[in-house]
Design a protein around this ligand. Structure first.
Ligand code: NAP
Length: 281
């Protein structure tokens, strides 16, 4: 069994980006710029935003952090996002979700131009992914593809099963695997026989949000198992896969923590650099 070391790969991606951002700055006389908008004081969101800003600094990306109070009005947030959309030094805009309940998130996100949508959440970017055209891909599934690539796991012709169909993980994950020529099955809470579906997978991706949900009997011998889940149990982070048991059967497996998680921010930074490069070409 090979452990897929996301932490190590993420560090490699960041080092490569540092070289790319330096080259960008040398050529165009400006830095790659990423704006991050946080509304309110949700503790988890604060940690994510802090890590994203730290990641920017390390990769040579200029970050523009905007903190608005929890009671910020729809107009205030919309005006900020519209200003960032018009700002040429900002190549990517990220609005940290979830937004406070009184705000209309869809209307706010709709103000991010496709070319600055570093999260790849816009209908335009999801449409491009569905059409297998170049665009920005959601960071977490994009990170999974990068892990597969760096471990020389080619999805072509393989049976891939994705458990979960959320817009930010499962759905784009399935499209990416399909675009990489896998034969893809997408499972969800209404899937009739989940165990049988999973047990057929050469590549199994779990994006469910239920600790240790994928048991050894659901996994084929020699399968590649990617665990996207992040669950907190008794103060510890646990994935959606029963790692101790499943790792005895898998050929490759990602740990939690240290697997897919660290890739998400690395791919966000990669997306920001790609947006900047597209803006100047
Ligand atoms: P989500 O929006 O809650 O989606 C969960 C998906 O799992 C849904 O499609 C749901 O099916 C399916 N599901 C739930 N119970 C199921 C069951 N019993 N059997 C089969 N399918 C079931 O979650 P998400 O945002 O995609 O995130 C999934 C996990 O990944 C979470 O643990 C989250 O914390 C983690 N995550 C990690 C990263 C990272 O950086 N590593 C990033 C994002 C998310 P229905 O559609 O039928 O409801």
């Amino acid at each position: 069994m090979t452990l897929i070391e996301g932490k190590k790969v993420a560090a490699e991606v960041r080092a490569e980006l540092k070289a790319e951002t330096a080259a960008f700055e040398a050529q165009y006389g400006k830095k790659v710029g990423l704006a991050v908008v946080l509304v309110g004081e949700d503790p988890a969101s604060q940690v994510y935003v802090r890590n994203k800003i730290k990641g920017c600094e390390e990769a040579g990306i200029r970050s523009f952090a905007h903190y608005l109070p929890a009671d910020a009005s729809q107009k205030q947030v919309e005006e900020l996002v519209a200003a960032l959309a018009a700002d040429e030094s900002v190549h990517g805009i990220l609005v940290q979700l979830p937004l406070p309940g009184h705000l209309d998130a869809d209307r706010i996100l709709a103000l991010i131009p496709t070319e600055k949508d570093v999260d790849g959440f816009s209908a335009d970017n999801i449409g491009k992914l569905a059409l297998n055209e170049e665009g920005t891909v959601a960071c977490t599934p994009f990170g999974v593809m990068e892990l597969l690539r760096r471990y020389h796991i080619d999805p072509r012709g393989k049976r891939a099963v994705v458990v979960g169909r959320s817009n930010i993980v499962g759905r784009p994950m399935a499209l990416l695997l399909l675009n990489a020529d896998a034969t893809v099955t997408v499972c969800h809470s209404r899937t009739a026989d989940l165990k049988e579906e999973c047990a057929r997978a050469d590549i199994l991706v779990a994006a469910i949000g239920k600790p240790k949900f994928i048991a050894a009997e659901m996994v084929k011998d020699g399968a590649v198992v990617i665990d996207v889940g992040i669950n907190r149990v008794d103060g510890k982070l646990v994935g959606d896969v029963d790692f101790d048991e499943v790792s005895k059967k898998a050929s490759f497996i990602t740990p939690v923590p240290g697997g897919v998680g660290p890739m998400t921010i690395a791919m966000l930074l990669k997306n920001a650099v790609a947006c900047a490069k597209r803006a100047v070409r």
